[in-house]
Write a protein that binds this ligand. Structure first.
Ligand SMILES: [Zn+2]
Length: 113
């Protein structure tokens, strides 16, 4: 499951950041997860609970912030909503759309004690 290794890196970064800031515990973590990224939020939560165990982030809440898909249509010359990777432009129906949002998986912020 690739969500497991993703969450392992997230927890690594979170714990390291907390330690660098002299925190003893992590209270909450917020993640930005694009709807077009190939991860399942349910699986992320499940893996998160497994990997945070025994770390200073044990017990920290995880909030997943979904980012909508968006792309730049070269033919229309504007930003359009994107329902799928390499999807067609909803306005002109062509496929010359470059994804600009919806693919992210990053730590938005975190709270430490
Ligand atoms: Zn278009």
């Amino acid at each position: 499951m690739h969500e497991m290794s993703l969450m392992e890196s997230v927890i690594d970064i979170v714990c390291e950041t907390a330690r660098k800031n002299g925190a003893s515990r992590v209270k909450s973590v917020r993640l930005d997860v694009g709807v077009l990224s190939h991860v399942d939020p349910e699986a992320l939560l499940f893996c998160y609970e497994a990997v945070r165990h025994g770390t200073i982030a044990d017990g920290a809440e995880l909030e997943i912030n979904r980012i909508a898909g968006e792309g730049w249509c070269l033919d229309c010359g504007k930003t359009v909503p994107l329902q799928e990777r390499f999807g067609a432009c909803p306005e002109c129906g062509r496929h010359r759309v470059q994804m600009t949002a919806g693919d992210e998986l990053k730590i938005r912020d975190m709270e430490v004690i």
